[in-house]
Design a binder for this molecule. Structure first.
Ligand SMILES: [Zn+2]
Ligand SMILES: [Zn+2]
Ligand SMILES: [Zn+2]
Ligand SMILES: [Zn+2]
Ligand SMILES: [Zn+2]
Ligand SMILES: [Zn+2]
Length: 477
């Protein structure tokens, strides 16, 4: 538990309490958000009225706030900020050269270095000395007198200033309250309320309730302290994880691209080889045909007169066979090319789906990390603010302010512990990716493909035989 900070100066203290998180100006009619940030009543009202849903966000820490059913009145008044506002106003008034107020005793003077919280008015030096300090009826006012020097004295200034403010009953503002009601959320009550409207309730001394509330609060703060350390360490590791995720995506997509490119070039190599072989085969076929025809022509020339027709017929047959074979080869080549196209397209689709999956997974991981980052940043801001509010509340050393503040601080601490314990995937799991490897699909050059095509010139022997037979026939003729 933070102990009262005696070194707090008034000006530093009020600067930490008075700005409105909406308008950034000095708070007017301060309301307290559940995250303990403070707003002007008018600013909060404008925000609520401009809101379509039933939720608003604190502009400072992004905490999500449900708008109470009774609207602005459902938000608690910030007693600490209200008191600081009042004290600030008195302080500014002390320093003002031209004052509107006159001495509350009725002397008409305008030089007013004293303020009485009991009379709720300013006093001149003379009336203070002759009236408040001497008249027995005003004896109880002496502890409620605030002077300009209270603001400028050194150590313990804040504590001294607040010591002049006595708790007041909500229903009887003129009465000092010294008791708390257990049944009514530690409401501060005057003697009259304690015996009447809270007559059947458990009434405690305000100081006892403060002591007990501080203890309860302490029990809430220790799990928060442990949790916040974990949040801070995770928060500082998020940037590293984000970097690791980005690197992994870059590296993996680079690897995929490289193996995609390599594999495609292998497919093209085999495809080209198949094409080249087929073309070679066609070329050979044509050459063979030429040779074949030449040899037939030679034979024909020798026996031209006898069997011209037979040779013409043979030549035409050879030509036809060669043409058919060439056609077959071209069909095979076309079919093979189509096969390569299919391999390539399946392969491209696999590559694309891997790249896509990598990008979706990466986006999801990045989004989760950003969500965690925002969440943790919000927690750190809320935690810092909670500790600041706690220490400024305790610094007043004023039981009334403390009892009023502690309920909100406890509930903010509970919310914070709950958000600290919100579960997220571990950073290690977010940095991990599946392997994302492209299979090798490049085909081999399949020689069996060519076996489907018979070589039309394996019948070379037949030609010679035919030739010889022809010769015989001719001789016989
Ligand atoms: Zn404001
Ligand atoms: Zn906030
Ligand atoms: Zn007085
Ligand atoms: Zn006077
Ligand atoms: Zn009560
Ligand atoms: Zn009362």
């Amino acid at each position: 538990m933070a102990s009262p900070d005696h070194s707090l100066s008034w000006s530093g203290f009020k600067e930490g309490v008075l700005p409105c998180v909406f308008c950034d100006d000095t708070l007017k009619d301060p309301k307290k958000l559940p995250c303990l940030h403070r707003v002007c009543r008018a600013c909060l009202n404008a925000k609520i009225e401009g809101q379509k849903g039933d939720v608003i966000r604190c502009p400072k820490c992004s905490f999500q706030i449900s708008i109470p059913t009774n609207g602005i009145d459902g938000f608690e008044t910030d007693l600490l900020a209200q008191s600081v506002g009042k004290l600030n106003e008195i302080h500014l008034n002390f320093n003002k050269k031209k004052k509107q107020e006159r001495c509350s005793v009725g002397c008409g003077r305008r030089s007013l270095p004293v303020y009485c919280f009991k009379c709720e008015g300013y006093l001149c030096d003379k009336c203070n000395k002759s009236h408040h300090q001497k008249v027995k009826a005003f004896e109880s006012h002496q502890s409620a007198l605030l002077t300009l020097s209270d603001f400028s004295l050194g150590d313990g200034t804040v504590q001294r200033i607040f010591s002049h403010i006595a708790p007041k009953c909500k229903y009887h503002p003129a009465k000092t309250a010294s008791k708390c009601c257990d049944n009514c959320n530690n409401e501060v009550v005057c003697d009259e309320c304690a015996t009447e409207s809270h007559g059947r309730h458990a009434i405690q001394q305000i100081s006892d309730t403060v002591k007990r509330s501080k203890k309860d609060l302490n029990n809430l703060l220790s799990p928060m302290k442990e949790g916040i350390a974990d949040v801070q360490s995770k928060r500082s590791n998020i940037d590293d994880t984000k970097g690791a995720v980005d690197n992994k995506i870059k590296k993996t997509s680079g690897n995929l691209q490289t193996s995609h490119k390599n594999e495609l070039s292998k497919i093209t190599t085999v495809e080209n080889l198949v094409g080249k072989r087929c073309e070679e085969r066609i070329l050979n076929l044509k050459n063979d045909l030429k040779v074949e025809i030449k040899s037939l022509e030679n034979s024909r020339d020798e026996e031209i007169k006898k069997v011209t027709e037979k040779y013409e017929k043979l030549i035409n047959e050879k030509k036809e066979k060669a043409a058919t074979t060439e056609e077959k080869l071209k069909t095979i080549l076309k079919r093979e090319k189509q096969k390569f196209e299919e391999i390539r397209s399946t392969f491209n689709a696999t590559h694309e789906s891997l790249v896509n999956d990598l990008s979706v997974t990466g986006t999801q991981k990045r989004a989760k990390l950003l969500e965690m980052q925002d969440h943790f940043d919000q927690i750190v801001v809320r935690h810092e603010h909670l500790i600041a509010v706690l220490s400024s509340t305790l610094a007043t050393d004023n039981d009334w302010i403390i009892i009023n503040g502690i309920a909100g601080i406890s509930s903010a601490a509970k919310d914070l512990v709950q958000d600290i314990n919100k579960s997220f995937p571990s950073l290690a799991s977010l940095a991990e990716f599946p392997p994302y490897k492209l299979e090798e699909v490049s085909p081999r050059c399949d020689e069996s493909v060519w076996k489907e095509v018979e070589d039309p010139f394996t019948t070379k022997e037949d030609i010679i035989t035919a030739d010889t037979e022809n010769g015989k026939e001719t001789t016989e003729l």
